[in-house]
Design a protein around this ligand. Structure first.
Ligand code: G3P
Length: 215
C-alpha cells in the first residue's frame, strides 16, 4: 500500500519525507486555505520535496472551468494529479483531462456506485472519505471493501485512495482490504509509528547495556 500525506503544511511534509515512507501528497481547498498560501505556490514547493503524485484540487464546479484549472495545475509539474469533486461536471472533466493524459483523483466519494462511475470516467485515483462516513454512523471501511471488490471484478486500473483517515485502525484496515493508497494526516502517521512496548523495550535495552558497560 502506498502512503500519502494529507496536508499542505510544508513542515509536516518535510518531516514525513525525512522518514522515507512517503509516496505522495494530497491536498484539498481546506488544507491549502489553512496553509495561508496560494495553491500554485504551495504545490510548486511540495513538488520539490516529494517525488510522487501530488493531488491539487480545482475549485470550479463546472466542467469547462475544471478542465481549464486542471490544465493549469498539471502545467505546474509532471507529478501533479488534478483532484475533482464527484459531481456530474467532475466526471465530465475527468473524462476530458484523463483523455489528455492528465491523471485525475476523483474526490468526495461516499458510495460504491460513485466509485464505479469515477473509474468508468478514467480516474487514476478514487478517494472515498472513510472518517466522514464514520462521523454519520456509517461504515467507512465497509465502503472500501466494496470498492476494492468492484474494481477487482472488472479489472479497473483506478486506484482506491483511502481518504479522511482519522485513526491507525483506518490505516491498518485499508492495507488488509488491499486498498492501493492511504492518505494520512501527520498526526496519524505519528501514531502508527509508535508502540508503547517499543519505547519500553528500548529503554530496557539501553539501561541494561549502560549498567553492564559501567563495570
Ligand atoms: O483527504 C481528504 C481529507 O482531507 C478529509 O479528511 O478528516 O477532513 O474528513 P477529514
Amino acid at each position: 500500500m502506498k502512503i500519502f500525506i494529507d496536508t499542505a503544511n510544508i513542515t509536516e511534509i518535510r518531516e514525513a519525507q525525512s522518514w522515507g515512507i512517503i509516496d505522495g501528497v494530497t491536498t484539498n481547498p481546506s488544507l491549502v486555505a489553512k496553509s495561508g498560501r496560494s495553491l500554485e505556490s504551495v504545490i510548486k514547493e511540495i513538488c520539490t520535496i516529494v517525488d510522487g503524485p501530488i493531488s491539487a484540487e480545482v475549485v470550479s464546479v463546472d466542467a469547462p472551468g475544471m478542465v481549464e484549472e486542471g490544465e493549469q495545475l498539471a502545467a505546474i509539474h509532471p507529478n501533479v494529479v488534478v483532484k475533482v469533486p464527484m459531481i456530474p461536471a467532475g466526471l465530465q472533466a475527468t473524462k476530458i483531462l484523463s483523455g489528455r493524459g492528465i491523471p485525475v483523483n476523483v474526490t468526495l466519494i461516499f458510495s460504491p456506485a460513485q466509485a464505479l462511475l469515477a473509474a468508468k470516467a478514467g480516474a487514476t485515483y478514487a478517494s472515498p472519505f472513510v472518517g466522514r462516513l464514520d462521523d454519520i454512523a456509517e461504515d467507512g471501511m465497509g465502503l472500501i471493501a466494496q470498492i476494492v471488490r468492484i474494481y477487482k471484478n472488472y479489472d479497473f486500473p483506478t486506484q482506491v485512495l483511502v481518504a479522511s483517515v482519522r485513526t491507525p485502525i483506518h490505516f491498518v484496515r485499508a492495507a488488509e482490504l488491499g486498498a492501493h493508497v492511504a492518505t494520512c494526516p501527520s498526526s496519524v502517521l505519528q501514531q502508527i509509528m509508535k508502540h508503547p512496548l517499543t519505547d519500553i523495550g528500548l529503554e530496557r535495552f539501553l539501561a541494561d547495556y549502560h549498567k553492564a558497560t559501567q563495570h
